[in-house]
Design a protein around this ligand. Structure first.
Ligand SMILES: Cc1cc2nc3c(=O)[nH]c(=O)nc-3n(C[C@H](O)[C@H](O)[C@H](O)COP(=O)(O)OP(=O)(O)OC[C@H]3O[C@@H](n4cnc5c(N)ncnc54)[C@H](O)[C@@H]3O)c2cc1C
Length: 565
């Protein structure tokens, strides 16, 4: 039975950075992923990573921009950690081989991103995530004697001892269908976000909130779940992302009257206001009849104003996306976009070392909530979050492992529970609904009622829908009944994870009766610091009912003020 000092679930940027840090600190490490590591969702990250590396910049300016972007819901102690450690982290990446773009004088080039008071985003064309992910994977190879890799293994649940300490996980080998228990002194969740709860989304099909739900099921609290980022520029047809790097390079947003409407909403920052502000502006234009496209549900993103040479050099991936997925040459004509689900600010509650309130359980990356993004994440701060808190959780988990004995292995009865759950899915009669139908309804409902604008009636409707879908999911059937590479059965398990995440999100959104960051309630349009300058924490209550508590927002230097761009 496999035993490790540090077991990392997820091999995106957060997981791989945690693995390298834990191995560097001398721990025996394992990293597990349901897809090959370099196919993790982080590969899609396009625009870049923030760090105050320009000599004229200062990490405190980065921290203030992040606090303001978060609409003052971010914890300022955590934001200070992230921003002060950012320059060294980016330089470390460059030293281990990430080919960041350089300017004519040979320094790392920086591009503009939303909500930032100066150019602060380092980038590799518009494939920054892919470039970093591949370099980290290469580095991991150097540690092959100390780091075991479980590639294409699917974690089904977390293990706990009688004191509630996390002691490992149960996982299914996707290639063979075999189920195994893994024992670990520490588990780091790095399983990414839950974007698949919405449809459309910019997120990969694997972003089904597995880690969030598995942590919630062993009573770890979730935080800031109501804060869901809609990105201002996703393709109307399918939600594909057109990176913010395009606006950073100077692209304009235009309504049906050819007007650069951001003048009305954010006269100082225009298209480079924070994402929540730009998404609301676009949705307002669409709702008030100034949208473009056949049914007026889009907005024009005009990249033709960027010099063609620069577009081909720095935005080449979206040139291809435009051609392949919208039939548009973005160097010659505007492209139709609209706000689309992109990122979740909430997740498993952790401290700045990645530790959750469950002993032995850490979390880092999009699965976690530190909270450095608060009500709204600034573009290019997520890659930074994954790397800083991935590294810190790896270091701390390795340190904790030094002073403890290996936990007792899981009992056969515990392994049997998950085996029975899978057997039950495989033997469901073909009388209920298909997994894919339920997923489709969930995504549509969340996109309708838990999106850019929300109100009580819509959120209540979403909650009723999620509760009903949870019941229907219990009998949803799968077509593939085999053991080898059975993605159908994994889809059924993922659906259960997604429904947990969706319910926690809706319950938190109903609770927060104000407008802050990505949570805009049309029935409570003002930010209310007196009542709501606090985090909403969601835990599981008994069987399957989320319960709400609050925790304070940490303020260090920056008192809340009106947020204007
Ligand atoms: C199109 C796009 C562009 C973006 N561009 C940027 C950008 O320019 N800058 C920026 O800062 N951010 C960007 N982001 C956001 C950023 O990419 C993500 O937030 C970040 O990469 C998440 O990394 P992660 O390591 O937390 O998770 P992921 O990269 O999502 O990795 C999750 C890992 O967990 C594994 N996993 C999940 N569930 C299980 C399970 N049950 N069992 C086993 N393994 C499991 C997966 O296989 C995977 O290895 C972008 C996002 C998108 C969608």
């Amino acid at each position: 039975m496999p035993q490790h000092d540090v077991l990392i679930l997820g091999a995106g940027l957060a997981g791989q950075r945690a693995a390298l840090a834990a191995a560097d600190a001398g721990a025996t490490v394992a990293i597990m992923s349901k897809v090959h590591p370099v196919r993790s969702h982080s590969v899609a990250a396009a625009g870049g990573i923030n760090a105050a590396i320009n000599v004229a910049d200062d990490w405190r300016s980065h921290a203030y921009d992040t606090v303001k972007g978060s609409d003052f819901l971010g914890d300022q102690d955590a934001i200070e950690v992230m921003c002060s450690e950012a320059p060294n982290e980016v330089m470390h990446l460059e030293h281990i081989g990430v080919t960041f773009h350089r300017n004519e004088t040979g320094e790392l080039d920086l591009r503009a991103f939303g909500g930032a008071s100066m150019k602060r985003t380092a980038y590799v064309a518009d494939i920054t995530g892919q470039a970093i992910l591949h370099v980290l994977y290469e580095q991991l190879m150097k540690y092959h004697e100390r780091v075991d890799r479980y590639e294409e293994w699917f974690t089904t649940s977390l293990l706990q001892d009688e004191q509630g300490t996390c002691t490992g996980c149960i996982a299914r080998n996707i290639r063979t269908g075999a189920l195994e228990a893994f024992t670990a002194k520490n588990v780091i969740l790095a399983t990414g976000g839950a974007g698949q709860c919405w449809k459309p989304t910019t997120n990969a099909l694997i972003c089904t909130g597995d880690g969030i739900s598995m942590a919630y099921r062993i009573d770890a609290p979730l935080m800031d779940m109501e804060m869901v980022q809609y990105h201002p520029t996703t393709l109307v047809e399918n939600g594909f992302l057109i990176t913010e790097g395009a606006r950073g390079e100077g692209a304009h947003l235009l309504n049906s009257e050819g007007e650069r409407f951001m003048e009305k909403y954010a006269p100082n920052k225009m298209e480079l206001a924070s994402r929540d502000v730009v998404s609301r502006a676009e949705q307002t234009e669409i709702n008030e009849g100034r949208g473009v496209g056949e049914d007026g549900s889009g907005i024009y993103l005009d990249i033709t104003v960027v010099p063609k040479k620069r577009t081909l050099e720095a935005l080449r991936e979206i040139v291809n996306i435009g051609k392949d997925f919208a039939g548009v040459d973005i160097t010659k004509e505007p492209i139709l976009i609209r706000p689309g689900q992109h990122y979740i600010m909430g997740g498993v509650k952790t401290d700045v070392d990645g530790a959750t309130p469950i002993p032995g359980l850490y979390a880092a990356g999009e699965v976690a909530c530190v909270s450095v993004h608060g009500g709204n994440r600034l573009g290019a701060n997520s890659l930074l979050d994954t790397l800083i808190f991935g590294r810190r959780s790896g270091e701390h988990a390795a340190e904790r492992a030094k002073n403890m004995r290996m936990p007792e292995p899981a009992t056969p009865a515990r392994l049997r529970q998950d085996a029975d759950m899978i057997d039950a899915i495989l033997s469901r009669p073909k009388t209920g609904r298909r997994v894919s139908e339920i997923k489709e309804e969930l995504g549509t409902e969340m996109n309708k009622n838990v999106a850019v604008f929300r109100d009580e009636a819509g959120l209540q409707h979403a909650h009723e829908t999620v509760r009903r879908l949870k019941e229907e999911a219990k009998t949803a059937y799968v077509d593939d009944r085999g053991t080898v590479f059975n993605q159908d059965v994994l889809g059924a398990i993922e659906l259960g994870f997604m429904l947990d995440c969706a319910e926690a999100t809706v319950v938190a959104a109903i609770e927060r009766k104000e407008s802050r960051g990505a949570q805009f309630r049309t029935d409570f349009p003002e930010r209310d610091d007196e009542t709501w300058l606090k985090h909403i924490d969601i835990s599981r209550n008994g069987e399957d009912v989320p319960s709400v508590t609050y925790s304070p927002v940490t303020i260090t230097d920056w008192q809340p003020e009106e947020r204007k761009y």
